[in-house]
Design a protein around this ligand. Structure first.
Ligand SMILES: [Zn+2]
Length: 314
C-alpha cells in the first residue's frame, strides 16, 4: 500500500489542507489492470464511510495476495470539515458535492475537487459513500441517475445494499462527484447509509461485504472466499411514500431501526413534554421497506419523519 498526497494547500491560519489517497495494487504489476476508486468524507459530518473504508483497508492489508487490480481509497475528501464537525467546507461555507468538476484556478474548494477528479479519472468504477445527516437514518442504499443506469445498475446490485433508488435525470444535480465521474466514463455509485456524526458497525460490515463481492465479480480481487449480496428493492417497481410530521414536538419512534413494515404499522408518536400530550400517532401508509427514519427527535410541522418504499399492487 502506498499513501500519496493528491492535493495540498497552505491555509492562512498556518495549517495545511492535505488530501490523501492510499493505493493497493498487485505485487506483480501489469498493464490494463481494472481500477476502483472509493471516496468518502466529502461531507465532514458523515463518518460511516470512514469506518467501511477502514474495514476494507484492513481486509486488503491481510489479503495482499488477493489483490488483482488497483484499489484507490480517499477516506477524507473534506478533512477540515471532519476536524471541525462541519458538513460543508469551512472558511468558504460551501458543499463540496456542489462544486464539481471544479477548476485549477478556481477558489480553493474548486481546486480541491478538480484535483480529486483528475486523480480518479480513468478508473473503471467509483463508489462515493455518504451517511445522510444528523436528522435522518438511512438503511444502506444506492442512489443512481437514470441517465447512467444501464451501466451502474448491474454494479449496484452487487453492493449488498437493501434499496436502489433510481432518480430521474430532472432531479439530478450536475455539480456532484457522481455526475462528473459518470460523465467522464467512470461507472459511479453513491451509497447512503446510517446517520451523520455516528458509526453503525453493522452497516459498515454490510457494505464491506458488498464492496468485496463487487470487486471479486469485476476481477479486482481474486479469492476463494465468497461474499453474499442481498437482493435489493428497486425503486422502479414501486413508489416512495414520504411521511411528514403533522405537528411540532418530540418525535418518539416506535421502531428501533429501518425495517420491512406492514401497512398501518405504528411508526412513532409526536409528543409534547410540557403538557404530556400525544399530539399525533403516525402509521405506515403502505407496506414496504422503511428505508429512512427520523433520528433527531425535535420536529416541526412538515419535518420528514420517514420514507417508505412500497411495491405497486400487482
Ligand atoms: Zn453526504
Amino acid at each position: 500500500m502506498q499513501v500519496k498526497e493528491i492535493f495540498s494547500s497552505q491555509l492562512p491560519v498556518g495549517e495545511t489542507l492535505s488530501i490523501k489517497r492510499s493505493r493497493f495494487e498487485p505485487l506483480q504489476k501489469s498493464d490494463n489492470l481494472k481500477r476502483i476508486s472509493i471516496v468518502s468524507g466529502t461531507h465532514g459530518d458523515e463518518l460511516e464511510g470512514q469506518y467501511a473504508i477502514y474495514l476494507l483497508t484492513s481486509w486488503l492489508n491481510e489479503n495482499q495476495d488477493a489483490i488483482s487490480g488497483i484499489i484507490d481509497i480517499y477516506p477524507a475528501v473534506n478533512p477540515l470539515g471532519i476536524d471541525t464537525i462541519t458538513r460543508g467546507f469551512p472558511l468558504y461555507e460551501v458543499d463540496l458535492n456542489r462544486v464539481f468538476p471544479g477548476g485549477e484556478d478556481g477558489f480553493l474548494p474548486g481546486q480541491l475537487v478538480h484535483a480529486l477528479v483528475q486523480d480518479i479519472k480513468g478508473s473503471d468504477i467509483a463508489i462515493d459513500i455518504h451517511s445522510s445527516n444528523i436528522f435522518l437514518r438511512e438503511i444502506p442504499q444506492i442512489r443512481i441517475n437514470k441517465e447512467f443506469s444501464n451501466f451502474t445498475l448491474p454494479l449496484a446490485k452487487e453492493l449488498n445494499c437493501d434499496f436502489i433508488w433510481i432518480h430521474d435525470a430532472v432531479t439530478v444535480l450536475e455539480a456532484t462527484f457522481s455526475h462528473t465521474m459518470n460523465s467522464l466514463g467512470t461507472k459511479t455509485l453513491v451509497v447512503e447509509m446510517g446517520v451523520g456524526m455516528r458509526l453503525t458497525k453493522e452497516y459498515g460490515e454490510q457494505l464491506l461485504c458488498g464492496m468485496l463481492n463487487l470487486m471479486k465479480k469485476e476481477g479486482i480481487i481474486t479469492t476463494e472466499n465468497s461474499f453474499e449480496a442481498r437482493e435489493p428493492f428497486l425503486s422502479e417497481i414501486g413508489e416512495v411514500f414520504y411521511l411528514n410530521s403533522p405537528s411540532s414536538g418530540l418525535f418518539v419512534p416506535a421502531l428501533d431501526h429501518c425495517a420491512i413494515i406492514k401497512k398501518n404499522e405504528k411508526i412513532g408518536t409526536i409528543v409534547e413534554p410540557l403538557t404530556g400530550a400525544t399530539l399525533d400517532t403516525l402509521y405506515a401508509p403502505n407496506s414496504g421497506i422503511l428505508f429512512t427514519l427520523r433520528e433527531f427527535p425535535v420536529v416541526y410541522e412538515g419535518s420528514l419523519l420517514a420514507r417508505i418504499f412500497g411495491e405497486r399492487d400487482k
